[in-house]
Design a protein around this ligand. Sequence first.
Ligand code: BGP
Length: 463
Amino acid sequence: MKQFPADFWWGAATSGPQSEGRFAKKHANMFDYWYEVEPEAFYNQVGPDTASNFYNSFREDITLMKEIGLNSVRTSIQWTRLIDDLETNTVNQAAVDFYNQVIDCFIENGIRPIMNLHHFDLPVELYHKYGGWESRHVVDLYVGFAEQAFKHFGDRVKEWTTHNEPMVVVDGQYLYQFHYPKLVDGKKAVQVAYHLNLASAKAIAKYRELGLDKEGGRIGTVLNLTPTYSASEAPDDQEAARFAELWNNKMFLEPAIYGHFPAELENVLIRDKVIWEIAPEDAEVFKNNLVDFLGVNFYHPNRVKAPDIAPNSVGEWLPTRYYDHYDMPGRRMNIDKGWEIYPEAMYDIAINIRDNYKNIPWFVSENGMGVSREERFQDEVGQIQDDYRIDFIREHLEYLHKGIEEGSNCFGYHLWTPIDCWSWTNAYRNRYGFISNNIHTQMKTIKKSGEWFRAVAEQNGLT
Ligand code: BGP
């Protein structure tokens, strides 16, 4: 038996925009809007309007989550739902009532609610008016939203996270065109990365100003800590990996945990004339507002090699002038999603945090396997026999366990996701849940992995 630490979080994660549906929501977020103007950008033209209907079915959904043994669940509070006036940050009473009921329902069912504040769901008005995260003003508006969330729900929600995968906003919106508005603008990308970091630090400051940390509350952030592996030992590949690690991971990790940006990264950005604009007081804000804990989303490793082009041979500044992706021959793949499967990385992450990031308390805030057309794995009574998911989770937990045994301070594991939910442009193509969701009938059924996970949670370990 591989035993996990006492009080280990066995859970799953979702987000407001991916589960609730747009019901009774006053504002549109970036995705709501994008779907309105370009529905064909979404798989099968399925948008976020219904999602998994959590707004209407949260009681039944939470009962199912309890049934599969989850002791903790992360979701997010939607800025576009909670706030009525985006400039003055007045709250919407129906939203306050809704989130109160959700939080109370989780607690009544013995599930610890972890609330995130921003999961790619900026109000689109703030993009159109100010350029969204390009603007310092939007940082302050976000802190105002965070303050309202803390004030209304901080008495019962004891763990908060400021962002989910902020790097995806930088990549998707400003570099690689997979999220609206699909820009390619390195300079803006750099500024947005800075502001997202600043927003996190300022929200943490607000949390502490309200004294919620003194009432047993903790605040952190969720990063997609995708470890970088170099294609070879050759110096130019090693150099590429070094920059990829700085750009993709350390740009968010170091401010969160050390209160400043990596000097090496700043030097490159200065040299390339794309360095962010700052205000003199920011350094203190970063220094004084470190995270209490870290959430780590891990799906696949990032393998890189030296780029084919010379860094100075291209016009527009893009971080990929310093590295290229590398498809390792013989790698194990989840073909449906197109991601490499590499559970060993779980151990590497654990040791990296132990040795380089103060051994800060952390949890796996997302891990999972997206599989399409899962109906093909239904048995005669209609239950999805997702043995591949069980194997996937087990292997990742084994490597995580090894890291914990060697002293890494990990306190939980959350699968993406409790109930199959809507996922950005992929909509419902890839299913990740312990519980399946028929999007035509909204009928929800526990998969084999849900039953398996319940046993793991009960035993607090793997047999
Ligand atoms: C993560 C996001 C989640 C979820 C997941 C699966 O990066 O934090 O919100 O979407 O990826 O992604 P997809 O459905 O695109 O396979």
